[in-house]
Design a protein around this ligand. Structure first.
Ligand SMILES: Cc1cc2nc3c(=O)[nH]c(=O)nc-3n(C[C@H](O)[C@H](O)[C@H](O)COP(=O)(O)OP(=O)(O)OC[C@H]3O[C@@H](n4cnc5c(N)ncnc54)[C@H](O)[C@@H]3O)c2cc1C
Length: 504
């Protein structure tokens, strides 16, 4: 039962005065937008629906007996060093001393990957990968290095793409691409302790022309493959949530949690929010609003005053699900198996398994990110009850790591199925299937304001599914508000530059 609406605030701010901006969502884009708006001299408040800030940057901390226990990143866990905006704010917020190397998939040559004959160590996988890849080719006389390059490219795509997406990409390493690669000396790109791997990052950096021979779907997905397998990726030592927490500590305006926005009404000069507070629904009249809610959340809400094109993009923007499950283990047993970090590709529903560094007091155990899945595998795991999901993961993963079955090895389990998480209903926007022009058109439409209602979030950016994109969109939204003139004052402001292609 909800009580009748009650007005709790009114429009504020005359022309030329600081604008009063309400930001919906205290994820990284909402906090960053608030921070930048204050820097531009405006007044902000942030309304967050869940009990905590950070959104899809979510560090779960396990209890420790002595001192802090180990933690698991159930949301974002790494930052490619090439993400300049993210690295800039880390620096600006004084978090430089937190930056540590992030060891990624296949970076440890004792990690595993599956083959038709069972799990192989990365260092031993070369011959089998080449054999399996070459078996799918018609008669050929490609050089051995060429086959090794394509076999590792194929294995990396398989490990990173959702299963169904990989099935579609598998055949896209075409004869044309193989012929081109065959003419390049690949010796400088051999990597790994025995030269049995390929440094894809260095290769594509030195040989950018090869990308134009990749079919469009493969070319679009390559950025993610390269970001995720780069040797220059970082993490934050005390957990990724130090970034939103430090940012929040630098914002002067109020940040309120437990304030779920359930409706947005865009009017001529105001934006009216309906906010659930306990059993009551309150009405808040705002001058300007930045909405950072994922569109999966927005489309479940009561919306009015939006134009049809905007409603259309809100309804049809596609999100992938992702599920992460972490085991708090008695000890980092994988170290005795020779694995010092990085990640294995496990296959099955589990998909990827990461070995975060065990840096705390050994008495507090260590965390294994047992499963990181996206796409339909994430849904399959996400739809199971907790006990059943853990049982599936232990069953699949213990084929690679039988130590998991030792009594008392798993102390606790924490996980999150982002596809059914109430505050996001999805992990991130995906636009891999779209041509560049369509991607950009959709991005612009997602970011396009509705009068005094502005939009930010990874889905409004050119780098969706990354913190970098969320930050990029927040900076843009803050500047759009800075330049925005309400309807009646616009006649006097015709000469002002406008970054907005908004409907107002
Ligand atoms: C599993 C996973 C792994 C990832 N890995 C990486 C990675 O390694 N590196 C990387 O850079 N990026 C990664 N990302 C992406 C990155 O986390 C996101 O791009 C970024 O955090 C999104 O920020 P945002 O502000 O756009 O959205 P969000 O963080 O989702 O913020 C939206 C906020 O709105 C709140 N909210 C929702 N509904 C309401 C409501 N009705 N009323 C009020 N508030 C509401 C939410 O609680 C949330 O705090 C990952 C994401 C996931 C899910």
């Amino acid at each position: 039962m909800t009580a009748p609406s009650q007005e709790i605030d009114g429009p504020d701010g005359a022309d030329g005065e600081p604008k009063k901006v309400t930001v919906i969502g205290a994820g990284i884009s909402g906090l960053l937008a608030a921070y930048e708006l204050e820097r531009l001299g405006h007044r902000v408040e942030v309304i967050e629906g869940s009990p905590d800030i950070g959104g899809r940057i979510h560090t779960h901390r396990f209890p420790g007996g002595s001192g802090p226990g180990p933690f698991a990143e159930l949301g974002a866990m790494r930052i490619p060093a090439a993400h300049r905006l993210t690295m800039r704010y880390i620096d600006e917020l004084g978090l430089q001393d937190q930056v540590r190397e992030f060891r990624t998939l296949f970076s440890d040559d004792a990690a595993y990957l599956p083959s038709s004959t069972g799990y192989l160590r990365v260092r031993d996988a070369r011959d089998t990968l080449v054999k399996e890849f070459a078996a799918g080719l018609p008669n050929h006389d490609f050089r051995d290095n060429t086959l090794m390059f394509c076999a590792w490219l194929d294995a990396s795509i398989r490990a990173i793409a959702p299963r169904q997406f990989y099935d579609g990409l598998h055949g896209e390493i075409s004869m044309e691409l193989l012929n081109l690669v065959d003419r390049i000396d690949l010796t400088p790109y051999r990597s790994g302790s025995s030269g049995n791997q390929v440094d894809l990052h260095a290769f594509f950096a030195d040989q950018p022309q090869v990308r134009s021979f990749c079919p469009p779907r493969l070319d679009r997905f390559l950025d993610d493959v390269l970001d995720e397998t780069s040797s220059s990726i970082v993490r934050l030592r005390d957990g990724m949530d130090v970034l939103p927490r430090r940012l929040a500590s630098r914002i002067r305006g109020k940040i309120s949690t437990g304030q779920e926005v359930v409706g947005i009404d865009v009017r001529d000069d105001t934006v009216v929010l309906r906010i659930r507070q306990g059993v009551r629904i309150l009405t808040k009249v705002c001058d300007y609003v930045v909405c950072t809610l994922p569109f999966t959340v927005l489309r479940r809400m009561q919306l009015s005053g939006f134009d049809e094109d905007k409603l259309d993009i809100v309804r049809r923007t596609k999100y992938w699900p992702a599920t992460k499950v972490a085991f708090h283990c008695r000890e980092p047993f994988w170290e005795k198996d020779g694995i010092s970090g990085g990640a294995s590709f496990t296959g099955g529903h589990v998909r990827q398994t990461y070995y975060p560094p065990a840096e705390g007091d050994p008495a507090n155990g260590a965390v294994l990110l047992a499963s990181y899945s996206i796409g339909p595998d994430a849904d399959a795991l996400g739809h199971l009850g907790e006990a059943e999901r853990n049982a599936v993961i232990i069953r699949e993963l213990s084929a690679m790591h039988p130590e998991l079955r030792r009594p008392g090895m798993i102390l606790e389990v924490a996980g999150r199925a982002w596809g059914s998480h109430r505050w996001s209903w999805g992990a991130a926007t995906v636009r891999w299937d779209q041509e560049a022009a369509l991607r950009e058109a959709e991005r612009q439409e997602a970011a396009r304001p509705q009068r005094g209602l502005f939009f930010a979030g990874e889905h409004c950016s050119s780098k969706p599914a990354w913190i970098e994109g969320a930050i990029e969109s927040a900076i843009e939204a803050a500047h759009e508000i800075e330049w925005y003139e309400p309807r009646e004052s616009r006649v006097f402001a015709a000469s002002r530059p406008s970054r907005s292609n908004g409907s107002a």
